[in-house]
Design a protein around this ligand. Structure first.
Ligand code: AMP
Length: 187
Protein backbone atom coordinates (compact mmCIF):
# COMPACT_ATOMS: atom_id res chain seq x y z
CA UNK A 1 0.00 0.00 0.00
CA UNK A 2 1.32 3.44 -0.94
CA UNK A 3 -0.05 6.19 1.29
CA UNK A 4 0.47 9.96 1.32
CA UNK A 5 -0.01 12.12 4.40
CA UNK A 6 -1.15 15.52 3.20
CA UNK A 7 -1.78 18.56 5.35
CA UNK A 8 -0.43 21.98 6.28
CA UNK A 9 2.63 22.48 8.49
CA UNK A 10 1.59 21.81 12.08
CA UNK A 11 -1.26 19.43 11.15
CA UNK A 12 0.48 16.50 12.88
CA UNK A 13 1.81 14.65 9.82
CA UNK A 14 5.09 13.85 11.58
CA UNK A 15 3.43 12.49 14.74
CA UNK A 16 0.79 10.48 12.89
CA UNK A 17 3.30 9.38 10.26
CA UNK A 18 5.57 7.83 12.89
CA UNK A 19 2.65 6.00 14.57
CA UNK A 20 1.14 4.79 11.33
CA UNK A 21 4.45 3.65 9.93
CA UNK A 22 4.89 1.40 12.95
CA UNK A 23 1.29 0.13 13.02
CA UNK A 24 1.02 -0.54 9.31
CA UNK A 25 4.62 -1.75 8.95
CA UNK A 26 5.20 0.76 6.17
CA UNK A 27 8.56 2.50 5.77
CA UNK A 28 8.10 6.26 6.16
CA UNK A 29 9.68 8.70 3.73
CA UNK A 30 9.81 12.25 5.07
CA UNK A 31 11.48 14.69 2.69
CA UNK A 32 11.66 17.23 5.56
CA UNK A 33 13.70 14.75 7.64
CA UNK A 34 15.90 13.82 4.64
CA UNK A 35 16.57 17.51 3.98
CA UNK A 36 17.35 18.28 7.64
CA UNK A 37 19.77 15.32 7.68
CA UNK A 38 21.46 16.64 4.53
CA UNK A 39 21.78 20.11 6.10
CA UNK A 40 23.20 18.66 9.33
CA UNK A 41 25.68 16.50 7.39
CA UNK A 42 26.80 19.52 5.38
CA UNK A 43 26.27 17.84 1.99
CA UNK A 44 26.07 19.96 -1.20
CA UNK A 45 22.37 19.11 -1.43
CA UNK A 46 21.89 20.29 2.16
CA UNK A 47 23.67 23.55 1.39
CA UNK A 48 21.40 24.14 -1.62
CA UNK A 49 18.24 23.37 0.35
CA UNK A 50 18.98 25.31 3.52
CA UNK A 51 18.29 28.81 2.20
CA UNK A 52 14.80 27.80 1.05
CA UNK A 53 13.99 25.97 4.28
CA UNK A 54 15.13 28.87 6.49
CA UNK A 55 12.80 31.21 4.59
CA UNK A 56 9.81 28.87 4.78
CA UNK A 57 9.87 28.29 1.01
CA UNK A 58 9.67 24.98 -0.82
CA UNK A 59 12.92 23.46 -1.98
CA UNK A 60 12.86 23.34 -5.82
CA UNK A 61 11.26 20.26 -7.38
CA UNK A 62 14.49 19.08 -9.13
CA UNK A 63 16.28 18.78 -5.78
CA UNK A 64 13.36 16.93 -4.19
CA UNK A 65 12.96 14.58 -7.13
CA UNK A 66 16.66 13.68 -7.03
CA UNK A 67 16.25 12.95 -3.33
CA UNK A 68 13.25 10.64 -3.59
CA UNK A 69 13.83 8.84 -6.89
CA UNK A 70 16.35 6.50 -5.26
CA UNK A 71 14.27 5.98 -2.13
CA UNK A 72 11.05 5.17 -4.01
CA UNK A 73 12.95 2.89 -6.38
CA UNK A 74 14.75 0.97 -3.60
CA UNK A 75 13.85 -2.65 -2.78
CA UNK A 76 12.77 -1.48 0.70
CA UNK A 77 9.95 0.53 -0.88
CA UNK A 78 8.63 -2.30 -3.06
CA UNK A 79 6.04 -3.39 -0.46
CA UNK A 80 4.63 0.12 -0.15
CA UNK A 81 5.61 3.34 1.61
CA UNK A 82 4.18 6.12 3.71
CA UNK A 83 5.04 9.54 2.26
CA UNK A 84 5.06 12.33 4.80
CA UNK A 85 5.46 15.92 3.58
CA UNK A 86 5.82 14.71 0.01
CA UNK A 87 4.59 15.37 -2.68
CA UNK A 88 4.05 19.08 -2.04
CA UNK A 89 3.51 20.36 -5.60
CA UNK A 90 1.64 19.07 -8.65
CA UNK A 91 4.91 18.35 -10.55
CA UNK A 92 6.10 16.30 -7.55
CA UNK A 93 2.80 14.37 -7.54
CA UNK A 94 3.17 13.67 -11.27
CA UNK A 95 6.72 12.45 -10.67
CA UNK A 96 5.49 10.09 -7.93
CA UNK A 97 2.86 8.69 -10.30
CA UNK A 98 5.54 8.13 -12.92
CA UNK A 99 8.03 6.52 -10.53
CA UNK A 100 5.42 4.19 -9.03
CA UNK A 101 3.75 3.53 -12.41
CA UNK A 102 7.04 2.34 -13.90
CA UNK A 103 7.02 -0.33 -11.21
CA UNK A 104 3.37 -1.29 -11.62
CA UNK A 105 2.38 0.52 -8.43
CA UNK A 106 0.12 3.45 -7.59
CA UNK A 107 -1.02 5.77 -4.82
CA UNK A 108 -3.71 3.90 -2.89
CA UNK A 109 -4.76 6.47 -0.28
CA UNK A 110 -4.12 10.13 0.47
CA UNK A 111 -4.93 11.18 4.03
CA UNK A 112 -5.75 14.88 4.26
CA UNK A 113 -5.26 16.04 7.85
CA UNK A 114 -7.42 19.09 8.46
CA UNK A 115 -6.75 21.61 11.24
CA UNK A 116 -8.04 25.21 11.52
CA UNK A 117 -5.41 27.89 10.76
CA UNK A 118 -5.37 29.52 14.24
CA UNK A 119 -4.66 26.08 15.75
CA UNK A 120 -1.82 25.49 13.25
CA UNK A 121 -0.17 28.78 14.25
CA UNK A 122 -0.53 27.96 17.94
CA UNK A 123 1.05 24.52 17.47
CA UNK A 124 3.90 25.77 15.28
CA UNK A 125 4.82 28.51 17.75
CA UNK A 126 4.77 25.93 20.56
CA UNK A 127 7.01 23.60 18.53
CA UNK A 128 9.41 26.49 17.89
CA UNK A 129 9.89 26.85 21.64
CA UNK A 130 10.23 23.12 22.36
CA UNK A 131 12.26 21.88 19.37
CA UNK A 132 14.01 25.08 18.34
CA UNK A 133 13.48 24.36 14.64
CA UNK A 134 14.95 27.31 12.78
CA UNK A 135 12.02 27.40 10.33
CA UNK A 136 9.45 27.83 13.13
CA UNK A 137 9.77 31.60 13.68
CA UNK A 138 6.57 33.73 13.46
CA UNK A 139 7.58 35.10 10.02
CA UNK A 140 8.46 31.73 8.47
CA UNK A 141 5.38 30.09 9.99
CA UNK A 142 3.23 32.60 8.18
CA UNK A 143 5.18 32.06 4.96
CA UNK A 144 4.95 28.26 5.19
CA UNK A 145 1.18 28.41 5.64
CA UNK A 146 0.91 30.74 2.62
CA UNK A 147 3.13 28.46 0.51
CA UNK A 148 0.99 25.47 1.52
CA UNK A 149 -2.18 27.19 0.31
CA UNK A 150 -0.57 28.31 -2.91
CA UNK A 151 1.49 25.27 -3.97
CA UNK A 152 0.36 22.23 -1.99
CA UNK A 153 -3.41 22.71 -1.53
CA UNK A 154 -4.03 22.09 -5.29
CA UNK A 155 -3.07 18.46 -4.60
CA UNK A 156 -6.33 18.05 -2.67
CA UNK A 157 -8.29 18.33 -5.93
CA UNK A 158 -5.66 16.29 -7.81
CA UNK A 159 -6.24 13.30 -5.52
CA UNK A 160 -9.92 13.86 -4.73
CA UNK A 161 -10.76 13.54 -8.42
CA UNK A 162 -9.17 10.10 -8.38
CA UNK A 163 -11.22 8.99 -5.43
CA UNK A 164 -8.22 8.19 -3.20
CA UNK A 165 -8.51 11.16 -0.80
CA UNK A 166 -9.82 10.68 2.74
CA UNK A 167 -10.50 13.66 5.05
CA UNK A 168 -9.09 13.19 8.54
CA UNK A 169 -10.12 15.59 11.33
CA UNK A 170 -6.77 16.63 12.79
CA UNK A 171 -8.01 18.09 16.08
CA UNK A 172 -8.38 15.82 19.11
CA UNK A 173 -6.15 13.39 20.95
CA UNK A 174 -3.24 11.82 19.08
CA UNK A 175 -4.75 8.39 19.70
CA UNK A 176 -8.23 9.34 18.40
CA UNK A 177 -6.73 10.73 15.21
CA UNK A 178 -4.55 7.63 14.81
CA UNK A 179 -7.67 5.42 15.15
CA UNK A 180 -9.51 7.45 12.53
CA UNK A 181 -6.55 6.99 10.18
CA UNK A 182 -6.37 3.25 10.89
CA UNK A 183 -10.08 2.90 9.98
CA UNK A 184 -9.58 4.92 6.79
CA UNK A 185 -6.91 2.42 5.77
CA UNK A 186 -8.89 -0.65 6.86
CA UNK A 187 -6.14 -1.58 9.34
P1 AMP B 1 8.62 19.52 6.84
O1 AMP B 1 9.42 18.97 7.97
O2 AMP B 1 7.95 18.45 6.01
O3 AMP B 1 7.63 20.57 7.29
O4 AMP B 1 9.65 20.26 5.85
C1 AMP B 1 10.45 21.33 6.29
C2 AMP B 1 10.91 22.17 5.10
O5 AMP B 1 11.64 21.34 4.18
C3 AMP B 1 9.77 22.77 4.27
O6 AMP B 1 9.32 23.99 4.79
C4 AMP B 1 10.45 22.93 2.91
O7 AMP B 1 11.33 24.05 2.91
C5 AMP B 1 11.31 21.69 2.83
N1 AMP B 1 10.60 20.55 2.22
C6 AMP B 1 10.26 19.37 2.82
N2 AMP B 1 9.65 18.54 1.96
C7 AMP B 1 9.57 19.22 0.79
C8 AMP B 1 9.01 18.91 -0.49
N3 AMP B 1 8.40 17.75 -0.74
N4 AMP B 1 9.12 19.85 -1.47
C9 AMP B 1 9.74 21.03 -1.25
N5 AMP B 1 10.27 21.39 -0.07
C10 AMP B 1 10.19 20.50 0.95
Amino acid sequence: MNVILLGPPGSGKGTQGALLSERAGLPRISTGDLLREAVAAGTPLGAQAQGYMDRGLLVPDEIILGLIADVLGSPGAAGGVLMDGFPRTVPQAEAVDRLLGERGRQIDRVLLIEVPEHELERRLLGRARVQGRCDDTPETIHERLRVYEEQTAPLVEYYRRRGVLVDIPGVGSIEDIAQFIAKALDL
